[in-house]
Design a protein around this ligand. Structure first.
Ligand code: PFF
Length: 456
């Protein structure tokens, strides 16, 4: 059965479209990946390269996904079936569905830790902690085995329940309410962080332009990050744009989402690093920074516990709205291609994610239940992350760019973008040129590098 377009829901307005797409882009990536990578790869110089990647790869692929989604008003596999019937192109959609599962398996696990830390900060567990007790709390949370799976399940109950409510009553209402709250909370954290004595060292760490650290690896990292950040290459934006209104200006939506997402990343960096430096700590990598250093340093600030609640609340919002878009890829696919109800699709998928995702949750630490199981040196968690982020997303992005750039009818593409912000055909022409040349070349380079065929 193919997608029944008649009864299909849409978002109610342009602002709803903006917040939903931004909700997908803003996620855990902004809070620990972006600031940390910017810091180690030369601050301002990395930021500059990242912005170029967003312009030449991120925005073009996002627009291509918007074209496919809004033109067909279908789930990611259905969309390719409609545009290129009877061909292999539908498997770009299949890869998207697989990527959605794989990302959810590990993302829901980290989101579970974030929810757990929100709960702990509300309960006051971090008052007066030391480096030692911060470590103990973190290890207890991740090793479990009950704690991480319990929180991962709570996360999936939340995500599944919102999705059951539907596109307008669920996704739209939640993103429209929570994204402004996220902005407000992050600004409160910024003000507090930037007014601490010694905060400027953190600002310097983030923005200091140091071209000597800008290695080829840094450039590739920026490229891969821009892709993961903007939720591209796996049909998330195809699925969301299938609910966009017809009059939505796709160029404006893509630019404003990319701009606001980058702004949130910078604001997150400005909340984290000044605080870390003000207390003479080292900005450690990923999970350690978020789950040990932050509770430790925030707990030393007057009223810091409230700040910690704000911080983990905004992180929970970011993670949840990003997961809504990931699971919606699956829900749209099952409801439209197999005719099952939205409720059943949400429940079944959330359950599958908890069951298989628990292998990620139980494999993060060497002392976890499945911590000793490794395939070619990587455990479950790392494999889910590696296959999705390093293989499926860049390949998916490459084919999406080629599909819209070369296979699609030019007139259909020009028509879909006819209400661009300059009201100019010219803007679409420049866009198509970038999509056909610069974008795929850069994507091939990331891909070959990430699977180790070329090394810089
Ligand atoms: N953009 C999200 C983040 O930065 O955390 C992650 C993500 C969401 C990736 C949705 C891919 C996706 F389809």
């Amino acid at each position: 059965m193919s997608s029944g377009s008649k009864k299909r829901e849409t978002f109610s307005s342009g602002i709803a479209v903006f917040f939903a797409a931004l909700g997908s882009a803003v996620g855990l990536g902004n809070i620990w990946k972006f600031p940390y990578l910017t810091g180690i790869f030369g601050g301002g110089a990395f930021l500059l390269v990242y912005i170029l990647c967003v312009i030449f790869v991120g925005i073009p692929v996002m627009l291509a996904e918007f074209f496919i989604g809004r033109n067909t008003r279908s789930n990611v596999i259905g969309a390719f079936k409609k545009l290129a019937p009877g061909t292999m192109w539908k498997h770009v959609g299949t890869m998207g569905v697989i990527a959605a599962y794989l990302i959810m398996f590990f993302y829901s696990c980290v989101a579970g830790w974030v929810y757990c830390y929100l709960f702990k900060s509300i309960r006051g567990d971090f008052v007066g902690i030391t480096l030692e007790s911060a470590k103990v709390q973190f290890t207890q949370t991740i090793i479990g085995p009950l704690t991480p799976i319990l929180w991962q399940s709570i996360v999936m109950v939340a995500v599944g329940s919102i999705l059951i409510m539907g596109v307008q009553k669920g996704i739209e209402r939640v993103t429209k309410t929570l994204m402004p709250v996220l902005f407000l909370l992050i600004i409160i954290c910024d003000i507090r962080a930037l007014t601490l004595p010694g905060a400027f060292d953190g600002v310097k760490f983030l923005f200091n332009v140091d071209f000597s650290k800008l290695t080829a690896v840094a450039i590739l990292t920026a490229l891969g990050l821009s892709f993961f950040k903007l939720s591209l290459g796996m049909g998330t934006m195809v699925t969301y744009s299938s609910y966009f209104t017809k009059d939505n200006n796709l160029f404006r939506t893509a630019f404003s989402v990319a701009f606001s997402d980058t702004l949130v990343s910078i604001l997150a960096g400005l909340a984290i690093f000044p605080t870390v430096f003000a207390f003479g700590m080292q900005p450690g990598a990923g999970p350690g920074l978020l789950f040990m250093t932050i509770p430790l340093v925030f707990s030393k600030i007057p009223m810091g516990n409230y700040l910690l609640i704000a911080f983990f609340f905004l992180s929970s919002i970011a993670a949840t709205t990003a997961m809504l878009s990931l699971v919606e890829v699956l829900v749209a696919y099952y409801t439209e291609e197999f005719g099952i109800s939205r409720k059943a699709a949400s429940i079944v998928n959330s359950t599958i994610i908890v069951i298989i995702g628990s292998t990620a949750a139980l494999s993060v630490d060497a002392n976890s239940l499945l911590g000793s199981i490794k395939f070619f040196g990587k455990g479950f968690f790392d494999w889910y992350d590696y296959i999705s982020s390093n293989i499926l997303l860049p390949i998916g992005g490459f084919f999406i760019a080629i599909f819209v750039g070369y296979i699609m009818n030019r007139k259909a593409v020009l028509d879909e973008f006819s209400n661009n912000f300059l009201k100019l055909k010219f803007a679409t022409e420049i866009y198509l040129f970038v999509l056909k040349t610069i974008t795929p070349i850069l994507l091939i380079i990331i891909f070959l590098n990430s699977i180790g065929i070329i090394n810089f």
